[in-house]
Design a binder for this molecule. Structure first.
Ligand SMILES: [Ca+2]
Length: 327
């Protein structure tokens, strides 16, 4: 699959209304790159909504968004947070042809970052990341992709796989070879955390967003048009992954909540067991940089869904989230 589209920054300016409304990139905000297959499922929209709200209230600093699907509407959809209305919704980006390639974006953002500061949040296929990992020194950076990752990435967070074993779409549908390459070659010094099908697949978010959202919310429109028959309820794979990618396990306290996610394992590593992208966890006490996520003890699927809905209904121009103020 040839990857051709990427969006850097512009979407955030569009939603915040002005550059001055953007959260500061210093202080408590977590720098992230989001790699999305926005096109086929509305949960990518939910994920970008979570990131947008956390950026506006000072907890996230989105340095770049990579699109890993063919559609020329992908970058435009990210620009307004969803694909269906990319034709006619107000946006700052007019053409995906004006954006750099995902590899150029990755190498540029990582090259400019401080040491081990960037979290990469993958909520689609792993094609772009494999391209980065295989990349050689170029005019952007004298470092190889692997060295750039080792020196600039803090953590890779991946929505993909089934735990402790199974088959899942992001790992196996489009590009299982890249999935296998990432799992085999990711630097062992950089943490890699997985959000599996079984986690987000049991959390049904979006239930009350229609009656609680701002008028003309693109989020509500995206969910209604995707789900159909007047419903906005959808599984929550990508929003949960993005929430962890920005807050980690400990950042929920900044929203006034106790930790809602936990690691399901202490050690071991993820592996691809078939050419169709099926995965299985391998127990190995010598490997400690890899984890898969679960809900923390006492946290229910419905309470996680409630939390995600708070992001979905949030007015994007507000600088607060759940009482937390960035200043
Ligand atoms: Ca996705």
């Amino acid at each position: 699959m040839k990857v051709s589209e990427v969006l850097l920054h512009l979407w955030w300016y569009a939603l915040a209304g002005s550059a001055g409304a953007l959260a500061k990139s210093t202080g408590g905000s977590q720098p992230v790159i989001i790699d999305t297959d926005i096109f086929g499922d509305v949960d990518d929209v939910g994920a970008l909504t979570v990131a947008n709200t956390l950026q506006n209230c000072g907890l996230a600093d989105v340095r770049g968004i990579a699109i890993d699907t063919h559609s020329k509407y992908g970058a435009l959809a990210a620009n307004v947070r969803f694909i269906t209305l990319a034709y006619n919704w107000p946006r700052a980006l007019d053409s995906s042809a004006s954006t750099p390639t995902p590899l150029e974006m990755y190498r540029s953002v990582l090259n400019a970052a401080t040491g081990n500061s960037i979290n990469i949040i993958s909520i689609g296929f792993l094609t772009n990341l494999a391209d980065l990992l295989k990349s050689e020194p170029d005019k952007i950076s004298s470092l190889s992709g692997k060295d750039l990752i080792s020196s600039k990435v803090k953590e890779l967070v991946v929505m993909g796989g089934n735990y402790p074993s199974g088959w899942e779409y992001n790992f196996g549908d489009m590009d299982p070879e890249s999935t296998d390459y990432i799992l085999r070659n990711w630097p062992k010094t950089i943490p890699m955390t997985f959000s599996g099908f079984e986690l987000g697949g049991n959390v049904y978010s979006g239930q009350r967003i229609a009656e609680n959202s701002p008028v003309n919310s693109p989020i509500v429109a995206a969910y209604q048009w995707y789900v159909g028959r007047g419903s906005t309820i959808r599984m929550s794979w990508d929003p949960i992954t993005t929430l962890y990618g920005i807050l980690g396990l400990d950042g929920f306290s900044k929203l006034g909540f106790r930790p809602m996610l936990a690691y399901a394992n202490k050690d071991g590593y993820n592996s691809i067991t078939s050419s169709n992208g099926s995965n299985a966890w391998v127990n190995d006490t010598s490997v400690t940089n890899q984890h898969w996520l679960k809900l923390a003890d006492g946290v229910t699927n419905s309470s996680m869904a409630w939390l995600l809905d708070q992001f979905f209904i949030h007015e994007p121009s507000q600088k607060s989230c759940f009482g937390y103020l960035s200043e």
